[in-house]
Design a protein around this ligand. Structure first.
Ligand code: SF4
Length: 322
């Protein structure tokens, strides 16, 4: 089966930043991984495996997490200093890497599988993935590339192989060929930014789509003033990064298979653009300086933490207030 990527994502390779392993996420462990993990780790007491209430039949539990959010199998560097999520020494890593759970193997890939093949985009919460947005390989294009996850001919993701093509309007389906043409045209477009007031409203839509017990910070106060003082002076110089971020939201979007079809894809892309602008202001205000590449990278990471990992995807693409 062919695998399709955005050209700027093609160089992705895990650099063991540890961001995913220190996120505090409840990572499911498949039943067939329990004995291999127990054997490799030497932890016979299974204190590393937390039971969960209503887990799918093939899930034995979730990985135990340390008080600081690190996975129990995240290796501490031998230097003695504790790792941070943004700059880990090379010795940091996974103590059970060869037999790690499937979710670990699949991060940061976000895959859509349909009759045309596998389509791969990335979660830019991963700092290595986010850094790729800052590399300019020329015009944005959809290209063929390798299967993303070793050992999986078809990676986990949204399996739409038995689905009809997306809707182009409420009463009209596309053909798969027309959808491919639409994707190729859309990924090359520049974002059409809404007003800051509209961006704040779209951001709020994403924020309240985060299910309890999680929560996300509100829009920073004085958004327009901070934007003018701290973001606007450098925003245009980073337009290529923002354009590639939008392309990564349009391509391989699971929202294409929601009831609004490609309209839902564009809606989520607009929400992502709004979230990015709000989080960019937040980063600049927190750092107390004008936008630069590092602050935009952190804003992108936070935006995908909200959009990809925290917010309810069905709410985001539905267009209705939760
Ligand atoms: S099992 Fe390994 S790869 Fe997965 S979160 Fe833990 S340390 Fe990271």
């Amino acid at each position: 089966m062919n695998t399709h990527w955005l050209n700027f994502h093609i160089p992705y390779a895990c650099q063991h930043s540890g961001a995913c392993c220190a996120s505090g996420w409840p990572i499911p462990v498949e039943r067939d991984r329990v004995i291999p993990i127990r054997t490799l780790s030497g932890r016979e007491d299974d204190s590393w495996l937390l039971s969960v209430g209503e887990a799918p039949a093939d899930v034995a539990g979730t990985l135990a997490v340390r008080a600081n959010g690190e996975c129990t199998f995240f290796r501490i560097p031998t230097s003695g200093s504790r790792p941070t999520s943004s700059a880990l020494p090379a010795v940091a890593g996974c103590a059970v890497h060869p037999v790690r759970p499937s979710s670990c193997s699949h991060f940061p890939y976000v895959c859509l599988v349909d009759p045309r093949g596998v389509h791969v985009t990335l979660s830019h919460y991963c700092p290595t993935a986010a850094a790729l947005l800052f590399e300019d390989p020329g015009p944005i294009a959809i290209v063929e590339g390798p299967s993303p996850v070793a050992g999986f001919a078809i990676p986990e993701g949204l399996d739409a192989r038995e689905s009809l093509p997306p809707l182009e309007s409420p009463n009209r389906l596309m053909t798969w060929e027309a959808f491919s043409d639409w994707e190729r045209a859309e990924v090359g477009k520049e974002p059409t930014h809404s007003s800051l007031a509209d961006a704040a409203a779209l951001f709020e839509y994403a924020r309240v789509a985060v299910p309890a017990p999680w929560a996300w910070a509100s829009v920073p106060t004085d958004l327009e003033r901070h934007w003018a003082a701290l973001v606007a002076p450098a925003w245009a110089s980073l337009a290529g990064v923002v354009q590639r971020y939008r392309a990564a939201k349009v391509f391989a979007s699971w929202s294409a298979h929601d009831e609004d079809g490609v309209a839902a894809v564009l809606r989520v892309a607009a929400i992502a653009d709004a979230v990015l602008r709000v989080e960019t202001v937040r980063q600049c205000v927190t750092a107390g300086r004008v936008l630069d590449a590092d602050l935009l990278k952190q804003a992108i990471r936070q935006s995908d933490l909200l959009i990809v990992h925290y917010a309810d995807a069905r709410v985001l693409s539905s267009g209705t207030t939760p």
